[in-house]
Write a protein that binds this ligand. Structure first.
Ligand SMILES: *Cc1c(COP(=O)(O)O)cnc(C)c1O
Length: 358
């Protein structure tokens, strides 16, 4: 079977000394030395500041929202369910606006139109879907003129830069997921990158029961800390991340060459690099998608309907400012195998199978 995804296996020889060190330290969680080393190395690697490690990407979204005091969001219906549910879970109001037909990211035009048509959301929550950066400049302009905050769900965008500047440096906060299925992982884990140092300090308190070091309980918090074991996995996986990103980008490239003229793929941001996080293709309609995924499976090739259904169908009681592109695309999109263990031969087989089936 050619698997859709295959988690990166941490190098145990490199992991063991860290675990021994943790025993020696007798310090297993609560911002320990391995956590601090991982945080510093990650900030340096990504080219960001004010990076807070958390226990998963979903808490990252929730803590970012609490830190910025978000009450009401407008977001994309074309994303993983957590982008919406994280905010609904903490009682925020939610509205959907449509995605761009070509990039499948939240559309600045749809966003502006929603605000002109009575949307009162205080925060824009946009996903860099498949790691492809949103139109961050347009969002920045909208946020400025309408006095809104911006949170980016960058769960797919590890290592993505726009003109050599990390995509995580846009917006008031960006979140990452380090779940085992992601390009870079700590088994479970995540991070928030804040624009403002004060927001980082506030969030650090919120993820530790509202306790500020030396000052006691300052606010109503939660427990969303990353522990020393997870930080150790992060340090080990970070050592190999350049090879992984390079390999995945090469695989993505190979797909693009082979699929040219056969199927549509999302229009990539012209100034951004690629991390090969996903390999989405757009098919003619739901019937063709069903047929193609069946043919792939017959040839022992996995595929997945990422992202489907359009989230406004799931959360249908929420405000909706028009989601027809998301509705259409979510019924036609299919993700092909793409992971670090995939070979060029696997990709050739997938492309050949797809070609025959279409
Ligand atoms: C994986 C993912 C999340 C959730 O991250 P977890 O670490 O699994 O909680 C959120 N948003 C998007 C877009 C994701 O792909």
């Amino acid at each position: 079977m050619i698997a859709l995804n295959s988690p990166v296996q941490p190098d145990l020889k490199k992991l063991l000394p860290y675990l021994e060190q943790i025993n020696k330290n007798g310090w297993y969680t609560n911002f320990g030395p391995i956590h601090e080393e991982f945080r510093d190395k990650l900030e340096a690697y990504l080219g960001v500041q004010n990076l807070l490690l958390v226990n998963n990407g979903t808490s990252a979204l929730q803590v970012a929202g609490k830190t910025l005091n978000t009450q009401s969001i407008i977001t994309t219906p074309f994303s993983f369910v957590a982008t919406s549910s994280a905010f609904l879970w903490q009682g925020n109001n939610l509205a959907f606006a449509d995605i761009d037909r070509d990039s499948y990211n939240l559309s600045p035009e749809a966003l502006s139109a929603a605000f002109d048509n009575g949307c009162t959301a205080d925060t824009i929550v946009a996903t860099h879907v498949y790691g492809n950066p949103c139109d961050v400049v347009s969002f920045e302009n909208i946020a400025k003129t309408k006095n809104k905050k911006v949170i980016y769900d960058a769960a797919h965008a590890f290592g993505i830069k726009i003109k050599n500047n990390s995509v995580l440096n846009y917006g008031d906060a960006s979140i990452l997921s380090f779940h085992a299925t992601k390009v870079f992982h700590t088994v479970e884990g995540g991070a928030i990158v804040f624009k403002q140092a004060e927001d980082y300090e506030k969030a650090k308190e919120l993820i530790n029961f509202g306790i500020k070091a030396g000052k006691g309980i300052q606010s109503i918090g939660t427990n969303a800390k990353l522990n020393e074991y997870q930080a150790a996995v992060g340090l080990v996986n970070l050592e190999n991340i350049d090879n992984i990103l390079e390999h995945r980008a090469q695989l993505f490239d190979e797909y693009c060459k082979g699929l040219k003229g056969l199927v549509e793929i999302p229009l990539w941001h012209p100034e951004a690099n690629m991390n090969g996080a996903y390999m989405p293709i757009l098919l003619k309609d739901a019937t063709e998608r069903e047929y193609i995924s069946q043919k792939l499976l017959e040839n022992k090739i996995q595929s997945r309907h990422y992202f489907s259904p359009s989230l406004d169908s799931v959360f249908s009681a929420q405000d909706n400012f028009g989601t027809s592109n998301s509705q259409h695309i979510s019924k036609r999109v299919l993700c092909l195998p793409l992971h670090n263990k995939l070979s060029l031969i696997d990709i050739q087989k997938t492309i050949t199978t797809l070609n025959k089936a279409i």
